[in-house]
Design a protein around this ligand. Structure first.
Ligand code: ADP
Ligand code: MG
Length: 700
């Protein structure tokens, strides 16, 4: 029985503002806040005081260790625990934690992916405290969110470029706001609310599937007789066992200060979603990483396994993550919310245009920011947005932009031609069609929802590219407006020009439609990068390198290393999948088919011993087909083995990833399809793995 209310234990494991205010002197508190809010350099004496207060608090909570918690390019978080103990001369220990230990750590960087930035002999890497994200306690360890970089200062993580991109966007937003007379704004931050999808299956079933254990997805599996076709799962009644899991999960997340808010069943059987209330982007990013980790831990406690893979099951929807994104000032103004005065409206339209232009100019960066081997199975598969990036604005707002572009009267303004900066925008309702689920990038009233992210992706990558690209649009606008003789006229012209130049990226229709792919690519000239090897090399296109380095989000060297690491991750992942398939086919599937066919053949002999000349049509047909399928599995397995061996000839990672896309993955499909057909014919007693039906309907 829980006796205290959520309000009492919310954030109890976080060294949050309440703790800082209570435990720090007012001078130290104020100085720390200057760093947190305005990015002012941290005073070492302040760090010392904060470290002491943090330690006292952590010890009170029973913590024994501390760790610099960071996000290397593996995609998961990393931590190396140190205990607080320091020996005393009398043989006892005291618990110590210094300002230096809070600010900087020095984990051995040689085991983390660096993409050639750092030769292994130079193993030093540094972690640096990010005071803008609160420290927290997990498993009796004080976790200090940190950035991770090499000895030479290159970022080896996702937090560093994310913070840089937020700063870049802040700089340009402030320039624009100043032009509109908003001089009291101190900073602009982006906020994100990531909706997280996942599957839950039972641990018993999971343990019986080597493919799930090694790769996170099923590599074989005939379709279940019942899938998602009844549409009876979405928002359906949550099963008691899942409900218990969700309650526990909420508790754990609330203690960690994560504003877990909404939970419901998703489209596929066994699929669910959790959405927190939005937070500042770098905090939302840290918390989403934490959420994914806690989901897995809590599931384990309930005898369940939480699958975060983008496509654990063929034939039913996979899991994504919706990145709800907005920009707001420290004075509480959402820059993507239309205002009440002409100036506020014009400002809103300018920010809106900045996003439209950014998405069009940097479609490739947005696409590759969500590219992984897992997500390649979703995008464009009629369950998630297509691989083509486009923007949904809804009918009302589209009509307004259209009228502005053409200098035509808009119905909502009493048939008046709108002059930006003079006329008030007609009130437009949050478009009812915002339930358009097929758009990769949808405006939903006061925020944009980027829907292409995969469920296991860190949201850092998508937000880095989004922030940087919007900063670039705003920079171009600010450069022009700051030098303009007639502000209003220039503004009006700039907005019109943006609409005219970038309307090709606007699309309110059905993104799942084949006709859209044709129109987008052939008429509008939009990018359609279907796979990771297709898009990733574009990270190094001149225009992208120029933009990202100019805004100091990445150095050229960092970009080269990231491109290599992302492709390496892709290759490694599919390589492991191929090896797992080969192993399963050889050790389990072929023997099972043989044994079953053998048993049936025995039945035929036995029957004929009783009554000579019996047709035994069923047994004969099954044995014949299974024999063919066993041969097919055997041959396809051999071909896949050869394809895997062939990867050794690739001259670089780009060629290797292309070979994987063109040879390995198609061979894997062929092998699977023979094995899946066999599964439908072999008695479940003989089949070595739980079926899709067993897996998808295992939690009751
Ligand atoms: P749905 O997309 O399913 O309709 P909601 O409208 O509930 O979901 O919102 C989804 C997410 O968007 C939530 O995490 C919510 O906190 C977040 N969100 C709401 N307003 C903003 C905003 N201004 N900026 C960023 N995220 C926001
Ligand atoms: Mg949503």
């Amino acid at each position: 029985m829980k006796t205290n209310s959520v309000a009492d234990y919310f954030g109890s494991l976080v060294f949050d503002d309440r703790q800082m205010r209570a435990r720090l002197s007012s001078k130290v508190y104020a100085s720390l806040h200057k760093t947190i809010d305005e990015g002012k350099k941290l005073d070492p004496a302040v760090a010392e005081s904060v470290a002491q207060a943090m330690k006292e608090w952590a010890l009170e909570k029973g913590a024994t260790h501390f760790t610099h918690w960071f996000q290397p390019l593996t995609g998961v978080t990393a931590e190396k625990h140190d205990s607080f103990i320091t020996p005393s001369p009398d043989g006892s220990v005291i618990m110590e934690f210094s300002g230096k230990e809070l600010i900087q750590g020095e984990p051995d960087a040689s085991s983390f992916p660096t993409g050639g930035i750092r030769a292994t002999f130079e193993a030093r890497g540094y972690t640096t405290w990010d005071p803008t994200s609160y420290a927290f306690i997990k498993d009796n360890t004080l976790c200090i969110p940190t950035a991770f970089c090499s000895y030479g200062g290159e970022a080896l993580d996702k937090k560093t470029p994310l913070l840089r991109s937020m700063e870049a966007l802040n700089r340009q937003c402030l320039r624009i706001l100043k032009l509109f007379g908003n001089t009291s704004v101190k900073y602009v931050r982006t906020s994100v609310g990531p909706e997280q999808e996942y599957f839950l299956i039972t641990k018993e079933m999971y343990d019986l599937r080597p493919d799930l254990r090694f790769t996170g997805r099923t590599l074989y599996g005939a379709r279940s007789p019942k899938g998602q076709e009844m549409d009876d799962h979405y928002f359906g009644v949550i099963k008691p066992r899942v409900q218990e899991f969700m309650c526990d999960l909420n508790d754990e997340l609330w203690k960690l200060g994560v504003l877990a808010k909404t939970e419901h069943n998703e489209v596929s059987p066994a699929q669910h979603e959790l959405a927190p209330i939005y937070a500042t982007t770098n905090i939302a990013t840290d918390q989403n990483q934490l959420t994914m980790e806690i989901m897995q831990k809590v599931a384990a406690k309930h005898g369940l396994v939480c699958l975060l893979h983008e496509k654990p099951f063929a034939g039913v929807n996979g899991s994504g993550k919706h990145n709800n994104w907005s920009m707001a000032t420290d004075t509480g103004v959402n820059l993507l919310s239309p205002g009440d005065t002409p100036y506020e409206n014009a400002q809103f339209l300018l920010f809106l245009c900045a996003v439209i232009k950014a998405v069009d100019d940097y479609q490739d960066l947005l696409r590759l920011s969500v590219a992984t081997a897992g997500n390649d199975h979703r995008l464009g598969a009629n369950e998630a947005p297509p691989a083509i990036i486009s923007v949904f604005l809804g009918d009302e707002l589209s009509a307004i932009l259209d009228a502005i572009e053409k200098d035509e009267p808009y119905a909502g303004t009493e048939k008046k031609i709108m002059k930006l900066g003079v006329d008030v925008l007609p009130a437009f309702p949050r478009d009812s069609t915002d339930r358009n689920r097929t758009s990769p990038f949808a405006f939903t009233g006061n925020k944009f929802e980027f829907r292409s992210l995969g469920s296991s992706n860190s949201i850092a990558c998508a937000n880095i590219m989004l922030n940087a690209a919007v900063a670039e649009s705003l920079k171009i606008y600010a450069d022009r407006l700051e030098g303009a003789e007639d502000f209003e006229k220039t503004l009006h012209e700039m907005i019109r020009k943006t609409i005219a130049d970038h309307k090709r990226i606007l699309f309110n229709g059905n993104g799942y439609d084949d006709a859209w792919v044709k129109e987008a690519t052939e008429v509008r000239g939009l990018c359609n990068y279907r796979t990771t090897p297709d898009c990733m090399p574009h990270l190094l296109d001149d225009k992208n390198v120029r933009m990202l380095t100019e805004h100091k989000v990445f150095s050229k060297k960092e970009l080269e290393s990231r491109c290599e690491i992302m492709l390496e991750n892709y290759c490694k992942q599919v390589h492991i999948e191929a090896n797992t398939m080969i192993d399963m086919a050889g050790k389990d599937i072929l023997p099972a088919i043989s044994e079953y066919a053998d048993m049936l053949s025995g039945t035929v002999s036995a029957k004929r011993a009783v009554a000579q000349g019996l047709a035994c049509r069923y047994e004969t047909a099954v044995v014949t087909r299974l024999s063919e399928l066993a041969d097919a599995v055997f041959e396809k397995k051999g071909e896949l083995e050869a394809a895997v061996a062939g990867l050794a000839d690739a001259k670089d990672i780009i060629e290797e990833s292309a070979m994987i896309r063109d040879t390995l993955l198609p061979k894997m499909d062929e092998l699977r399809s023979a094995a899946d057909e066999a599964e439908t014919m072999v008695s479940s007693e003989y089949w070595p793995y739980p079926s899709y039906g067993d897996l998808l309907f295992s939690v009751r």
